[in-house]
Design a protein. Structure first.
Length: 236
């Protein structure tokens, strides 16, 4: 199915190597910030996270960056067809170029479900390889850019596999970014975490780390998951 129907918007996935997935919707639903006015979604893909931000934060203007031209075009159409189109802007470019062209632009919130396999085997297909595979230099540039473009009270939310999260923690400290909170994502109550959501900020605030469980048992979503996704998913 190329179109995914949410309660308040739909997402056409045609032309996008990376389809809507659990990582993206978790990040879109779990992000916490007080009345952001400016939001940046890095590597927006279909645009789903940016659209979720637009639904949740009614006064925010959202910029979305996507390096793949076809995905950027699809995301732009998804924005245009949504009820939030006036607050959404797509930039078909790399985040490196975008940051370089907008050195003084600051955001209250930066979100990203970035490429995450470091120096691993190539995926099948060049687009999926671009979307899923990267190296340490990518995250060095990403974190450096985030540090330069957050407002003083702003935060950056990233969802990452554990190995990549450890790398990003080290890089973040090097660029004077505080690891405000870590949310460990588990498939089941007693399983080992397979993702971490890192919350980075310039200020030194520290919040309690959390766990988020997706399923109580196979095919049975947890109350946590249902509570977070009910505003978006038609199945709840």
């Amino acid at each position: 199915m190329s179109t995914f129907q949410f309660k308040q918007f739909s997402v056409d996935q045609s032309g996008c190597a990376m389809k809507i997935n659990t990582d993206g919707v978790l990040l879109g639903s779990l992000t916490e910030v007080v009345k952001p006015e400016t939001i940046l979604d890095i590597g927006t893909g279909t645009g789903v996270i940016a659209l979720m931000m637009a639904q949740r934060f009614a006064n925010a203007k959202i910029d979305a960056i996507e390096i793949d031209p076809k995905a950027a075009k699809t995301a732009g159409m998804n924005f245009k067809n949504s009820p939030f189109f006036e607050r959404l802007t797509i930039y078909p470019d790399s985040f490196q170029n975008y940051f370089g062209s907008n050195p003084d632009k600051k955001y209250d919130l930066i979100v990203s479900n970035p490429p995450f396999h470091i120096n691993s085997l190539e995926s099948i297909g060049a687009k999926k390889s671009l979307a899923k595979h990267t190296d340490e230099n990518f995250f060095e540039n990403l974190v450096k850019g985030v540090a330069a473009h957050l407002t003083k009270q702003g935060s950056c939310w990233l969802i990452l596999p554990l190995q990549t999260a450890e790398l990003v923690k080290v890089i973040s400290l090097k660029h004077s970014l505080n690891i405000r909170k870590i949310i460990s994502v588990l498939s089941y109550p007693n399983s080992i975490p397979h993702r971490e959501i890192l919350v980075l900020s310039l200020d030194k605030t520290k919040e309690s780390d959390e766990q988020f469980v997706i399923y109580n048992e196979p095919k049975v979503y947890s109350k946590q998951y249902q509570a977070m996704l009910t505003p978006f998913f038609t199945i709840f």
